[in-house]
Design a protein around this ligand. Sequence first.
Ligand code: SAM
Length: 304
Amino acid sequence: MEEKIPSFLKEKLEKQYGKDITSKIIQGYKTQRKVTFRVNTLKSNIEEIEKELEKSKIEYEKVPWSKEAFIIENVREKEIKNLDSYEKGNIYVQSLSSMLPPIVLEPKEGTDILDMAAAPGGKTTQIATLVNNKASITACEINKIRAERLKYNIEKQGVTCSYVMTTDARKIDNFFSFDKILLDAPCSGSGTLDINNLKLSEIFTPKLIQKSTASQFALLKKAINLLKQGKEMVYSTCSILQEENEQIINKMLSYGNIEIVPIEFEGMERLPLLPSKIKGTLCVRPNELYEGFFIAKIRKKKLN
Ligand code: SAM
């Protein structure tokens, strides 16, 4: 199975993390991840969902860092999608790693929030639950078809505090400013490689990484422009390559107007982490529960 991983990626990972950690990462790519979902607290609650799972004889486990996250033990996604609560939008099937950026963002009620690369909306709808539908969320998406999916999910999840902007986020007018920004940037997906895809080496190429890094930096630069002074944003990708993560952040740090806010939340110590080159940022290792993910929290400095 190992030879299915593009050789240039294996070389990059070994250079970055060493052989031992790389073989753990490759092991993680190969495992079938358990189905996970989040309770949509805008429409339901944890007790109601637990009751439905127990009635359907679906076994689950919880995570230490979120009461709303469920890990399913004995059925696959299809069975979860057959549940009433899925149909009603009371739960949202989402990877555990993908639930972390909104938690790190710590959105507050009554504020202006920008989700810069938003479709299909897992994180937009999660942010809405965290502010109890009481903030103004601008959800931006460049791709028209994906923006339709985003609108569908927003509606299905009962989110009433968001506005979808179908545009290139790099073109948002600097007249706008936000209290919090999530940039869940487009990336190579090196944290979530589908090792069974026979076309993997055609899709996952050095060119894809190059294209991703160019748009990641442009989007991050724009995010900093749109962020109010003294306020915080989150940069995340589902890549575990330094060039899409630490190198992008370091380039931005060299401009001097931002600083890293060390990420801290209860239960974080239980995450499978990879070493990160920037202290205070998180890089999650892919395994049977988590996708590979990078998260950095950034504050725009106040001008004196
Ligand atoms: N945050 C989403 C979620 O949790 O469901 C996933 C976002 S996905 C990693 C990145 C998204 O960014 C894609 O839907 C892509 O079409 C969009 N995108 C790429 N470049 C963009 C740009 N310049 N402006 C706005 N959206 C962009």
